[in-house]
Design a protein around this ligand. Structure first.
Ligand code: IPM
Ligand code: MN
Length: 353
């Protein structure tokens, strides 16, 4: 098969980790006989520096043309420390999500036996953890209007808005995922306080009879923040709104002890984007030390979810597991053994796939 992949390396360690994923994707193409075309484009601070716009139209066109987008990271400290900056890299990310219609952010948490001792949780709590968040990504307080300040600048406001349609399409993805997994769906909301959350709960309750094999639980977001630490094994598929999902998926990403390994997907009806969870990690940028495995595993998700190629995805997971078992890893997980460079890990994976 021929596939077109848009490459958006972005900021910080983005370019380095994307370069390793490209090596692995090329190796997959060779092994399975696919023709893979890459088209690279600017996003984030890198795009602001060159064009003044964090998500230029030319980048959008590249994404629209592609069967999948492989994205590194966005963010640069020079903007974080300047709350008055007129354009911010993160705006590029939000615009990209909105324009590509990527309404569902899929963030799995699972464990790697060889890294589980790095979990901040006790072993018995984290062994076998395997859940996935479906975070709504193009609505809620991130996009609601009105937003801004009063004339004097002394009062600021954001608006949380959800339509039934937005909730329904996200919830259906969650239900369908649960049907293929352990058949448990948790709706995370704040229905005891927020009108939007009550609409979420009502909508999910209405959909539930269509998925009789899925058990549905409703939990408040504050309780989930607690239970994710106390008993993460209790969860299978969780669905939630944009802001709650932002917060809880960061919490979730560190539970397994393998944050540097967690991939993610942002999907809509037309477009699909794949990215590591770890972000731009500016302190490590350009040093060839960043862990490329989350990006490589995001490429595995891409084969499975954008191109429906399970064997290709499996081949990537297998070679990642092999590199972990053999200790061909970067310094963040080397633990006193030899630490390999980002580029060396990428080369090894491509050669051993
Ligand atoms: C994420 C990030 C973004 C978000 C930021 C960078 C805008 O934290 O992907 O979770 O809040 O959605
Ligand atoms: Mn976040």
């Amino acid at each position: 098969m021929e596939m077109n992949i848009a490459l958006l390396p972005g900021d910080g360690i983005g370019p380095e980790v994307i370069a390793q994923a490209v090596k692995v994707v090329r190796a997959v193409g060779k092994k399975f006989g696919h023709t893979i075309n890459f088209e690279e484009a600017l996003v984030g601070a890198a795009a602001i520096d060159q064009t003044g716009n964090p998500y230029p139209d030319t980048t959008h066109e590249v994404c629209l043309r592609a069967g999948a987008v492989l994205f590194g990271a966005i963010g640069d400290p020079k903007y974080d420390n300047d709350p008055k900056a007129k354009v911010r890299p993160e705006q590029g990310l939000l615009e990209m999500r909105k324009k590509l219609g990527l309404f569902a952010n899929v963030r799995p948490t699972f464990t790697f036996p060889s890294l589980i001792h790095k979990s901040p949780l006790k072993l018995e709590r984290v062994e076998g953890v395997d859940f996935v968040f479906f975070r709504e990504l193009t609505g809620g307080i991130y996009f609601g209007e009105p937003r801004g300040r009063n004339e004097q600048g002394t009062k600021a406001f954001d608006t949380n808005v959800y339509t039934k349609e937005e909730i329904t399409r996200l919830a259906r993805m969650g239900f369908e995922a649960a049907q293929k997994r352990r058949k448990l769906l948790t709706c995370v909301d704040k229905a005891n306080v927020l009108a939007t959350s009550r609409l979420w709960r009502e909508t999910v309750q209405e959909l539930a009879p269509e998925y009789p094999d899925v058990k549905v639980e409703y939990e408040f977001v504050d309780a989930v923040a607690m239970r994710l630490i106390q008993w993460p094994k209790a969860y299978d598929v969780l669905i939630t709104e944009n802001l709650f999902g932002d917060i809880l998926t960061d919490e979730a990403s560190v539970i397994s002890g393998s944050m540097g390994l967690m991939p993610s997907a942002s999907v809509g009806t037309e477009n699909k984007l794949f990215e590591p969870i770890h972000g731009s990690y500016p302190q490590a940028a350009g040093k060839d030390i960043a862990n490329p495995l989350a990006t490589v595993l995001s490429a595995a998700m891409m084969f499975e979810y954008a191109f429906d190629m399970k064997a290709e995805a499996q081949a990537i997971s297998d070679v990642v597991n092999k590199s972990l078992a053999k200790g061909i890893v970067t310094e963040d997980i080397a633990e006193g053994s030899k630490a390999y460079k980002t580029s060396e890990v990428g080369d090894w994976l491509a050669e051993n796939l």
